[in-house]
Design a protein. Structure first.
Length: 637
């Protein structure tokens, strides 16, 4: 039995572990509140945003108010205990005085030695064992749960690093704002109120300086705190901008290296850091003013209370033991107020961080499933675009587009860049909603089915293949989470990826299907990433297949081998293929030529060549080995 086992076996340690375990289980990590299957969007006003998360564990925060009130109240008994001892020491009849004072001294001592430590222990268990880890993970999980269900355009319009920073960083400031308020402001309020009651009980005039201090303290808070809040928010925004730019630079480090733009990146990031520095300096200037003003106020309280106490003693209205009680009480208020000053600075720095995080978290979902949306049933795989129109901004991208793709039909989309091919696929996947028209799969309007079920019925291989920073097996199994390892390997074989996978080894010595691929798959070549993506779609085996430049990153030999597998994969599947390399889609059942969001030609490869239209022109340019110049087209003719 090792030393740790001996410790765990000892009864006191068993009790301790059980006690910690009890408090650790007080906050279950749950999904955010939902209505009709949709997560409730966190409010976009500050107090409501705080309450959205705090209310889920409000009883624990309320218990801290109780323990804090007990600790602060008992804290005021220490000067009272000292005063009683001073009074006892000044008595000539020691035996009688001790006999008379002993019950009160024991009562005060018991409160100080038993009640206060017990309250502090309970406070620490709630604060550090329950709230700190529990609420941190709860808020992070619920914020992520909401953000990850945002529409695709949401993530296109911001830095991924900044969104992640806000999601991960919002929990601590929410938690610390409440804890600091209870720890500092609430404690000070209870202590000062109790101290005021003791001072009034001795002589009401002793309480006057404390009341005056309270008034001036509130004025100071009213004048400076709003400015501290605003400057803290500005600092948080600039810090987030700096973080976003740095992450963007690291993510695109290959581009930075290839174009030798390190100095440009330095300037880009330095500009954000300089702005961050300016906002931090403004915030710290205000903090300094606040601390100086508060210290002057505290010193004034100590001086004025001492003066009143000495004057009362001088005129015989107060005995020396009362002064021994009054001055420590007031001194404790002043030292506590200085501590509160730093806590307030922290509180409003946290408030600024929360306000900045709300820009990404307190955002309604751009695309929601309709109320009562059902599961898509795609038995046949027919796709119908009915008078579809869509635009990203003022320029029309898809204009009254109508097309029916029969079950099992293989259709190639052809057109120059910007013709609307990829936009059409994004609309099919419902990454965007239509301005007008309908898209139907087996007669079901895609706006009336759940997005998850829609995308589960579509397998897609994109030109810009991105892999998760996980193992090869996990990336392939993303196509079907319950797939066996044998099914994963078979899909890899069909994608001609099995052999190179077996030869892989990552930086930690993991080999083959266990090897990690790096962020976005950077440890693999473009062709290797593409083959993993194809294996993933093969494993998914969805009834509808979309190939967007699926073989663009492959060399000719591998492309020819994989094309056979893709032909087999497309069997009995409705397929939409996009390719600028026309030879890869010439065998499709039908080709649809697009320009400016509309269909201008349609037919088989042979029919379109005979029509001598845009497709024939594009084919001639590529057959001549030149893309986009007039002379080779003439030569081909």
């Amino acid at each position: 039995m090792n030393h740790f086992s001996v410790i765990r076996a000892h009864p006191p340690f068993k009790i301790g572990f059980r006690m910690f375990g009890f408090f650790q289980r007080l906050i279950p990590i749950t999904d955010p509140p939902q209505v009709d299957g949709h997560s409730v969007t966190p409010p976009n006003t500050l107090l409501a945003f705080y309450w959205f998360y705090v209310r889920q564990t409000r009883w624990l925060y309320a218990s801290l108010l109780v323990t804090g009130a007990i600790s602060a109240s008992v804290d005021t008994l220490i000067p009272v205990f000292i005063g009683r001892v001073v009074t006892l020491a000044g008595t000539s009849d020691r035996v009688s005085a001790l006999h008379a004072a002993l019950p009160v001294l024991l009562l005060l001592g018991g409160a100080i030695l038993v009640i206060m430590p017990s309250a502090l222990l309970l406070d620490s268990l709630i604060r550090h064992v329950a709230i700190t880890p529990g609420t941190t993970i709860l808020v992070r999980w619920q914020a992520h749960w909401h953000v990850v269900r945002q529409s695709w355009p949401f993530f296109q319009n911001d830095f991924a690093g900044r969104i992640a920073s806000r999601v991960m960083g919002v929990a601590a400031p929410i938690r610390e704002t409440i804890l600091s308020s209870i720890r500092a402001l609430w404690y000070l309020l209870i202590y000062a109120s109790s101290a005021l009651a003791w001072l009034v009980s001795m002589d009401w005039r002793l309480a006057m300086p404390v009341l005056g201090w309270f008034v001036l303290y509130m004025v100071l808070m009213r004048v400076l705190v709003p400015q501290m809040r605003d400057r803290s928010k500005a600092t948080s925004l600039m810090r987030s901008l700096s973080s976003g730019r740095i992450v963007d630079s690291y993510t695109n480090i290959l581009t930075v290296k290839l174009f030798a733009r390190a100095s440009d990146e330095d300037a880009h990031i330095r500009e954000a850091l300089d702005r961050n520095l300016t906002t931090m300096q403004a915030e710290m200037r205000l903090d300094s003013i606040f601390v100086v003003c508060l210290n002057l106020l505290n010193l004034s309280l100590l001086a004025s209370t001492s003066s009143v106490a000495i004057w009362l003693w001088y005129i015989g209205a107060l005995h020396g033991a009362a002064i021994a009680v009054a001055l420590p009480l007031v001194w404790r208020i002043t030292t506590m107020a200085g501590w509160v000053a730093w806590e307030i600075a922290s509180i409003f720095e946290n408030i600024g961080a929360v306000q900045e995080a709300m820009l990404s978290i307190a955002v309604p979902h751009g695309l929601e499933d309709q109320k009562g949306a059902g599961e898509l049933v795609a038995d046949r795989g027919e796709i119908r675009f009915q008078d579809v129109s869509f635009s990203y901004g003022t320029a029309t991208t898809i204009d009254h587009f109508s097309l029916t793709i029969r079950p099992g039909e293989k259709v190639g989309l052809v057109g120059r860049s910007g013709a609307g091919k990829s936009t059409l696929v994004n609309l099919l996947l419902r990454f965007y909603d239509l301005q007008s028209g309908h898209i139907l799969i087996d007669g079901q309007d895609i706006r009336q089915v759940k997005q998850e079920s829609l995308r589960a019925a579509i397998g897609m291989v994109t030109q810009d293949t991105s892999l998760l920073h996980r193992s090869i097996a996990e990336n392939i199994r993303y196509g079907r989470r319950d797939a066996s390892m044998e099914a994963v390997m078979q899909a890899a074989r069909e994608a001609h990826a099995h052999d190179f996978i077996l030869a892989l080894e990552d930086w930690e010595g993991r080999r083959g299907y266990d090897a990690r691929v790096g962020e976005r798959g950077v440890k693999l070549s473009g062709g290797q990433r593409q083959r993993i993506a194809i294996a993933r779609v093969i494993l998914k085996n969805a009834p509808i297949l979309v190939l967007d430049e699926a073989t663009s990153a492959l060399d000719s030999e591998v492309e020819a081998a994989i094309q056979e597998q893709l032909d087999r994969l497309m069997t009995h599947k409705t397929t939409i293929a996009i390719a600028h390399r026309l030879s890869t889609i010439a065998r499709m059942d039908r080709l649809v030529v697009m320009d400016r969001g509309a269909i201008i030609e349609t037919g088989t490869h042979e029919q379109l060549l005979q029509a001598h239209g845009i497709y024939a022109d594009l084919w001639a340019r590529q057959s001549g080995g030149f893309i986009g110049s007039d002379a080779p087209a003439q030569a081909a003719e």
